[in-house]
Design a binder for this molecule. Structure first.
Ligand SMILES: [Zn+2]
Length: 265
């Protein structure tokens, strides 16, 4: 279940299922950096190829782009776990004694904050009247990622998320209004943990360590191309046939090739 969900026909749809893991999913992850240069676009491209269903429907690019930011981060972290990267090591440097140290975490055990009751909407009283917004989603992130100016980016985001009082101009909002809107959105939006606390083993200082929900982008499939190469050389299968194999079956064939090679040597 998604911590937020897609808003469809006046109700929230929270179900999702990943596809069985094949080389196709790994290829989409390995190529994500090449198909799009900005992170939100990469996420929107990867999730439809990894998901089997989303909100009881087919997982289109459009549906994935309509997911709230927190749901997208949640799915990317679940995908990392699906790929077998649940237990991971983080490397940090102590802010107090500068000693480097490693922390082991399980991604499946990181906290997730579920969406508030009013999700995906927030209503706020402001200097220009009562305003209704929806929480930011993937397509907002895609648009805003192309803007360099931080204030312009935030104003663009607010204009996109404003769903009623269409004649309102967000540039008339006061700084205090903006603060109120931001915290109202944060209160309602789903969230995944993006940092953890860890104690330095040398000096016992508490450290905050960043943990990206997008760790599987680009990281997966490091060996994918050499595995395709070995299988294609040995069995003369096409790239598409190799990519369609479940990952477990692919590794069985690879170990058979290794064993045959061992016998020859
Ligand atoms: Zn320390």
């Amino acid at each position: 279940m998604l911590p937020g969900g897609l808003w469809n026909n006046e109700s929230r749809q929270r179900q999702f299922h990943f596809k069985p893991l094949t080389g196709e999913v790994e290829l989409a992850l390995a190529e994500s950096g090449r198909t799009a240069d900005k992170l939100p676009q990469q996420v929107s491209a990867v999730l439809p190829s990894a998901l089997d269903s989303l909100a009881d429907d087919s997982p289109t690019y459009e549906a994935v782009a309509r997911l709230s930011v927190g749901d997208r981060q949640y799915l990317m972290r679940r995908l990392a776990i699906h790929l077998g990267h649940d237990s991971i090591w983080l490397t940090a440097q102590c802010h107090q004694c500068a000693a480097p140290f490693d922390v082991s975490i399980r991604q499946s055990q990181l906290p997730v904050k579920r969406a508030g009751v009013a999700y995906p909407f927030v209503e706020v009283d402001s200097a220009i009247g009562r305003l209704k917004f929806r929480v930011p989603n993937g397509s907002d992130q895609e648009v805003v990622a192309a803007l360099d100016d931080e204030r312009q980016a935030f104003m663009t985001l607010l204009t996109r998320c404003l769903i009623e009082s269409c004649d309102a101009d967000v540039s008339d909002l006061t700084d205090r209004d903006i603060q109120v809107i931001e915290s109202a959105m944060e209160a309602v939006a789903p969230e995944v943990a993006n940092q953890i606390q860890a104690t330095c083993p040398e000096c016992d200082a508490e450290n905050i360590i960043e943990i990206s929900p997008y760790s599987c982008l680009g990281a997966a499939g490091k060996n994918l191309f050499s595995e395709i190469h070995q299988l294609a050389m040995h069995y003369h299968w096409s790239e598409a046939e190799i990519l369609a194999l479940p990952r477990a079956r692919r590794s069985t064939y690879l170990s058979l090739i290794d064993r045959a090679r061992g016998m020859r040597n």
